[in-house]
Design a protein around this ligand. Structure first.
Ligand SMILES: Nc1ncnc2c1ncn2[C@@H]1O[C@H](COP(=O)(O)OP(=O)(O)OP(=O)(O)O)[C@@H](O)[C@H]1O
Ligand SMILES: [Mg+2]
Length: 325
């Protein structure tokens, strides 16, 4: 997992700290931010590393099927249950169970899950005997669980049970300093796979890449890099290689609003402060990039003193070295 973002480096510290324990972990982050990667990192560093890591996407099943997926079922317990089947709790025994998209589960399943987590034993669907298990739970969700709790779609008691060690993965647009690093990594990686020369990125293209909102986060960036390696065929990646929504007619105009997250539950002042900070940070990143990390030129073009620029860069955790070419 690559990063140079201070927020992500703190996440790495959390991963290291929690991996050494058996604590339940709740990972939150938008799609493509690395929830699965973090899960694997925790399992790999835990004492359970030689035991299975089993993942189940809770959002991909109907209620009945999810129960059977989680807890298994006895022969003939429901229509279509031909034989006895092991659930993921049983398969993960001794190891780690990753409950992905947990926010998507029905209230019924949530009740059962809570009981299983409290007692560390479960019953197969259609079974009588409680089966004891020893699993470490990592749950992931890309929804605002607190909202779901407030709206009655997610049980408060289960939320508290899971929220022992929360890890929040910031979206890519809030850690843009990772973008050049990831682009370089993915381009090199994919080029090697396809036995093609790794393409460079022209400065105007990189400017758009940096300014874009990246709703699909790292996964989206990775796919685009793959596409660029194939279409550029060794030539530098320019504006013409970027998808329409990244190009826009005027630089950045389009990407800005996508990058702004407005939280209507916060007081206006907080929303405005946050928006200002977001715009300021994004602006600084772009002019730093335009001036290749040259502080004098960057300050001059922003119409601020070097000292102010320096203070702001510290505040936003920006490093001129990341923009040198
Ligand atoms: N920091 C990183 N460094 C390198 N690759 C990363 C990083 N973060 C994510 N990726 C890559 O991005 C892709 C998406 O990551 P992952 O599957 O962990 O996301 P996710 O949060 O589980 O997404 P979803 O909510 O859609 O399931 C993967 O290919 C992963 O390898
Ligand atoms: Mg995932």
């Amino acid at each position: 997992m690559l990063t140079q973002s201070p927020r992500m480096l703190r996440v790495f510290d959390q991963v290291r700290a929690v991996a050494a324990t058996d604590a339940t972990v709740l990972i939150r982050g938008e799609t493509g931010t690395g929830k699965e990667l973090v899960t694997r990192a925790i399992h790999k560093r835990s004492r359970r590393v030689d035991q299975p890591l089993i993942s189940v996407n809770c959002g991909a099943f109907t209620e009945t099927l999810l129960e059977s997926e989680l807890f298994g079922h006895e022969k003939g317990s429901f229509t279509g249950a031909a034989g006895r089947r092991q659930g993921v709790f049983e398969m993960a025994d001794g190891g780690t169970l990753f409950l992905d998209e947990l926010g998507e589960t029905s209230l019924n399943v949530q009740v059962t899950l809570l009981r299983v987590l409290e007692e560390m034993q479960f019953r197969r669907v259609g079974g009588q005997e409680p089966v004891p298990v020893d699993v470490r739970i990592i749950a992931a969700t890309n929804v605002q669980l607190e909202n779901a709790v407030e709206e009655g779609r997610f049980r408060r008691d289960l939320y508290y049970r899971l929220n022992v060690f929360p890890i929040l993965l910031p979206p890519l647009r809030e850690r843009r300093e990772d973008i050049p690093l990831l682009v370089r990594h993915f381009l090199t990686d994919v080029a090697e796979d396809y036995d093609l020369p790794p393409p460079t990125v022209t400065p105007p293209a990189m400017e758009r890449i940096l300014a874009y909102g990246w709703p699909g986060n790292v996964r989206q960036l990775r796919s685009l890099c793959e596409r660029w390696v194939i279409t550029a065929h060794g030539a530098p990646i320019g504006l013409e290689h970027l998808p329409q929504e990244m190009r826009g007619d005027r630089p950045g105009e389009e990407a800005m609003p996508a990058a702004l997250a407005v939280d209507e539950r916060a007081p206006l002042k907080e929303v405005l402060d946050r928006a200002t900070a977001q715009i300021e940070r994004s602006y600084l990143q772009r002019i730093l990039h335009r001036h290749a990390g040259h502080l004098g030129q960057t300050a001059a073009s922003a119409g601020i003193t070097r000292r102010t620029l320096y203070t702001k860069m510290k505040e936003y955790e920006l490093d001129a070295a990341d923009y040198r070419r």
